[in-house]
Design a protein around this ligand. Structure first.
Ligand SMILES: N[C@@H](CCC(=O)N[C@@H](CS)C(=O)NCC(=O)O)C(=O)O
Length: 213
């Protein structure tokens, strides 16, 4: 088998991987993992591949299971033999790329894990509402830190990278586009530019059809 298999959910984090597979022209089949928040059987089923029951889950052509979008980002660059999305060792942009990619997956992404369904972590309803509000505020603080570091036309300046894909995707999530436009205009602008790239547009349209955007 030479194809990849991507377990995901349209609109969710699997689009980060889907867009990169498209970018490199790597053939893949998409498997809808179901609503992992609402559907216990979807969680059980994906849990056999990823004990966290989160997407993306990528099955490599040799059947190895990969999770963690940043790890997948590095692996796909290796597999494609390309430095287009991941600055290579020795490239001046690499330290900033490493720093901010890990910042996003280590600091911002978990705010969704904890606040998407806050009662998973704070069972009392009223306390959960307050917890969600605080985590959402913290997330905004984190995005402002990313904004302060953003270059133009891309996050790293002239150099496009997978960071721009993360920003194009994640600025469609909470706190939603109007907030990013008002509070992180550089991120909103580079997200718009990224979303228009011919190599990214089809994956973004599959995940965010215009009528639901
Ligand atoms: N660190 C993971 C985070 C993945 C993640 O949080 N995925 C979300 C969808 S955007 C998910 O599957 N959430 C379900 C859950 O947390 O139960 C990565 O970077 O791939």
């Amino acid at each position: 088998m030479t194809r990849y298999k991507l377990y995901g959910r349209y609109g969710w984090g699997s689009v980060l991987t889907e867009a990169q597979l498209d970018w490199y022209g790597l053939a893949f089949d998409f498997v809808d993992a179901g609503d992992l928040f609402e559907d216990a059987s979807a969680r059980r089923s994906l849990g056999k591949l990823n004990p966290l029951a989160q997407v993306p889950v990528l099955i490599l052509p040799d059947q190895q299971v990969m999770t963690e979008s940043a790890a997948i980002t590095f692996h796909l660059a290796d597999a494609a033999g390309s430095h287009e999305l991941v600055p290579q060792s020795g490239e001046p942009a690499r330290p900033r790329f490493l720093r901010w990619l890990i910042f996003i997956v280590a600091n911002i992404y978990p705010t969704f894990t904890y606040a998407d369904v806050p009662t998973r972590f704070v069972p009392d309803g009223k306390a959960a509402t307050g917890f969600r509000a605080n985590v959402d505020d913290y997330q905004k603080k984190l995005w402002r830190m990313v904004e302060a570091e953003a270059g133009a036309p891309w996050f790293l300046g002239e150099r496009f990278s997978a960071l721009d894909i993360y920003i194009a995707v994640m600025t469609r999530w909470r706190p939603n586009r109007p907030w990013f436009e008002a509070n992180t205009p550089k991120l909103a602008a580079l997200a718009d530019r990224g979303s228009d790239l011919p190599k990214l547009k089809p994956a973004l349209l599959r995940n965010y059809p215009p009528e639901t955007d």
